[in-house]
Design a binder for this molecule. Sequence first.
Ligand SMILES: *Cc1c(COP(=O)(O)O)cnc(C)c1O
Length: 362
Amino acid sequence: MKAYVVERDALVQNIQALRRFAGSVPIWGVLKGNGYGIGLVPFSRILHENGIDHYAVTEIKEAEVLRENYPDASILMMRSTADPAEINALMDLGVYLTVGSYETAVAINGVAAERAAIAQVHIAVDTGMGRYGFLPEDSDKIISVYEYMKNIKVAGIFTHFHSSFSNEKATKHQFERFTAVVEKLKTAGYDTGMAHCCNSHAFVRHPEMHLDGVRIGSAFLGRLAFKDKLGLQRIGYAECTLEEIRWIPKGQTIGYAAGFKATRQMRTAVIGLGWYNGFAASRENDIFRIRDSIGGILHHLKNLLFPRRILVEVNGHKCRTLGHVGMVHAVVDVTDIDCAVGDKVTVAINPLAVKGLRVQYR
Ligand SMILES: *Cc1c(COP(=O)(O)O)cnc(C)c1O
């Protein structure tokens, strides 16, 4: 038995805490990457049951699945696309399209005109993320969309923060650039619709930035880079069973490269999870800041000198892994605990890293 477990009650509590904090501001549930790894359909269903009926996605397929399940939901395609086939598909689904450039606007307007329809869009403003969006200094181009694109209706405007998990100053700067564009458009008499900029970290840290809507993904899973004040619970862990238990003599080696050698007689157990499943898969590649890279180097050095203790939980006890975690196996030290083959083991794995495990809601 192996599974990735999602605790439904904890997830619901997180959703409720986030909704309370948002007050009357609508939350777009961001569901990219198969709903952050815990399943587009089951995750969106729990959001829907708990009052969240705005969803943001990056793939046509995701929009299709959501529309099929929630005929009345608001769905935003956050990725700007100028592909006529994609534009047609999104318009068929009644999804808000993102206009990230003048060229995209022309393409969307053209398709909409052919259909004798009006495309509902959100304007993306690039305040530093560098993917999609009009640069703040190009607000004239946004005005051209209002003026000349008769088959486009602007229903919203948004930007995306690049460092809200770490750099408040950069986030404030992006916020100011964004709101300056929104104000400029409003002052000139254009209706911007819903203005939104917050992702999870900005949402939790900067209530003053909530504006007319927020886009939340990782906070639902309680996985933020800093301790939040909302009491969010960390969602998701892997579960498996002890597969084989044995006594090994002093001097026995364990795992590839004989990474561990017993200095005494020990009782060990094999579990069927490894790095392929996302267990002990290194996070150190995910480097965003200089201090992280320096931290990463020190971390590697420390691991070299004092091998990291990778822990799992067996019958409520923390047990260390012995030697290197394998592709689909690991060996744990159960010398001092009461356990038997078939007992449950829980293992910390990020849902975004998990692979080869069935997601089970409980
Ligand atoms: C992924 C994403 C979000 C949500 O980010 P979280 O930090 O997971 O809340 C919001 N907006 C855009 C444009 C995104 O791509």
